[in-house]
Design a protein around this ligand. Structure first.
Ligand code: GUN
Ligand code: ZN
Length: 447
């Protein structure tokens, strides 16, 4: 039996196009009795099950009735915040001071960082997430440690050192712009597209309130030197933040100009939240190619507001949008739970998001935001073989619901997103290898 070849059978679902722009049914690719064959980490066949396509020395794993879809892509999350998820009672700015910054300071300790990174990667896999764009801390070793863990599990991971030089405890701040940039440059050289890993670097100015103009300008300059890395920040999450930011950068015509003025708005920039961006600012995102990471559980938990997805995805000037957990502002690492909350945020806005669009955002949409749609987020042959197997019978409630639905794939996906969560993940495959399998006995095991 060849180790480098994997074959799985089940209901294959993926996207070829953006269902917000073309009709949902034109965008989806669905194979009710599908076969996926992976070789050396890549998909070599995806389509209707055909016994003659399976190499004679390869055993097919049959996930009967299960949904097989690209591994979820979390377009914004903080691995350094797994220890303070679910911290009570504050909104963004006080929450950062009271809970986030003290927790991130603990990452000056390597052992603490290693435990956090190990837990984080395993939890991603348990939730069917195979790629994430990850905030770390200001300490360069916290980036090394995460990239080492991602390499251990073979995951495609994007991350970077946090850049911040004001408005936080001094022990967490960069000592100077020059030092922060030289550490970032070293990390890019050490990790970005390093052979034998799937790691991608992202330059990470934290957000306007924590960065001087000099820091933002230096980040923009560094990006010109290394245009294939990503850029990642937070913007317009909370109304107090926007108010403070407008005061701190009075030279800017709009809040988003803080980034535009330093040439940070281009494809490859991923802006977390964007809840309070105005329509002209969304136009700017469209024109520049900057993407937005929609973080519904976080925006609800921190009382930040309701992201207007319909305005962002207006077909005449669509913005690239991905879905994100934003743990520890977010309250779950499950992208199914995140879809559930995204649906409710849309419903409050008179804009319920259908299941195909929810799954698109969590897979190809996020992959596009990370400029990785040629590699991940799809089951098309040639893509990297990262996928998740979802079980419509994971719980008694899901079993009941799946039986009473109308039998369409749209209905099944909607039931999985709204009534499923971590429990619904049967298995997670990374580069063609099964890296997580749910145990049958209610306990959890990992391969
Ligand atoms: N804005 C700046 N830093 C953070 C953070 O750590 N989490 C969230 N949700 N927003 C931020
Ligand atoms: Zn965040």
């Amino acid at each position: 039996r060849r180790d480098s070849v994997t074959a799985v059978r089940g209901r294959l679902v993926w996207f070829r196009d953006d269902p917000f722009l073309c009709g949902p049914t034109e965008a989806i690719r669905y194979e009710k009795d599908g076969l996926l064959i992976c070789e050396n980490g890549k998909i070599v066949y995806s389509g209707r099950f055909r016994a003659d396509r399976v190499p004679s020395d390869v055993a097919v794993v049959h996930y009967r009735d299960h949904v097989i879809t690209p591994g979820f892509v979390d377009s914004h999350v903080h691995y350094t915040q797994v220890g303070m998820i679910a911290s009570y009672g504050e909104r963004l700015i006080h929450w950062l001071d009271k809970y986030v910054y003290p927790e991130e300071m603990k990452y000056s300790d390597r052992k603490y960082a290693e435990e956090g990174a190990e837990l984080f990667c395993r939890e991603l896999l348990r939730n069917g997430t195979t790629t994430a764009l990850v905030f770390t801390s200001t300490y360069a070793h916290s980036v090394d440690i995460l990239f080492e863990k991602a390499a251990k599990y073979g995951m495609r991971m994007a991350a970077g050192k946090v850049l911040m030089d004001r408005n936080a405890p001094p022990r967490l701040l960069d000592s100077s712009v020059g030092e922060a940039i030289s550490q970032t440059r070293e990390l890019i050289e050490r990790w970005h597209n390093k052979a034998g890993t799937r790691n991608v670097y992202a330059i990470m100015p934290r957000f306007p309130l924590a960065c001087s103009r000099e820091m933002l300008a230096a980040a923009g300059k560094l990006w010109k030197e290394h245009p294939s890395v990503l850029m990642h920040s937070h913007i317009a999450e909370n109304s107090d933040e926007v108010f403070e930011g407008r005061k701190m950068f009075p030279e800017c015509g709009t809040y988003l100009d803080v980034f535009k003025n330093h040439e940070l708005l281009k494809p490859g920039m991923v802006l977390a939240h964007g809840v309070h961006l105005t329509l002209p600012e969304l136009d700017t995102c469209h024109r520049t190619g900057a993407a937005i990471a929609h973080c519904p559980t976080s925006n609800l938990f921190l009382g930040s507001g309701l992201f207007r997805l319909r305005d962002a995805k207006t077909p005449s000037r669509p913005v690239t949008v991905g879905l994100a957990t934003d743990v520890g502002g977010g309250t779950s690492l499950s992208m199914l739970t995140t879809m559930n909350e995204a649906y409710k945020v849309g419903a409050l806005d008179g804009n319920p998001i259908d299941a195909l669009r929810l799954f698109y955002l969590a897979t190809l949409g996020s992959a596009k935001a990370l400029r990785m749609d040629h590699q991940i987020g799809s089951l098309e042959a040639g893509h990297e073989a990262d996928f998740v197997v979802l079980d419509p019978h994971a719980t008694p409630l899901l079993t009941k619901r799946s039986r009473t639905g109308d039998g369409s794939i749209e209905d099944l996906l909607f039931a999985l997103a709204l009534a499923g969560d971590t429990d619904a993940v049967e298995a997670t495959y990374v580069a063609g290898r099964r890296r997580y399998a749910r145990a049958q006995d209610g306990g959890k095991k990992r391969d």
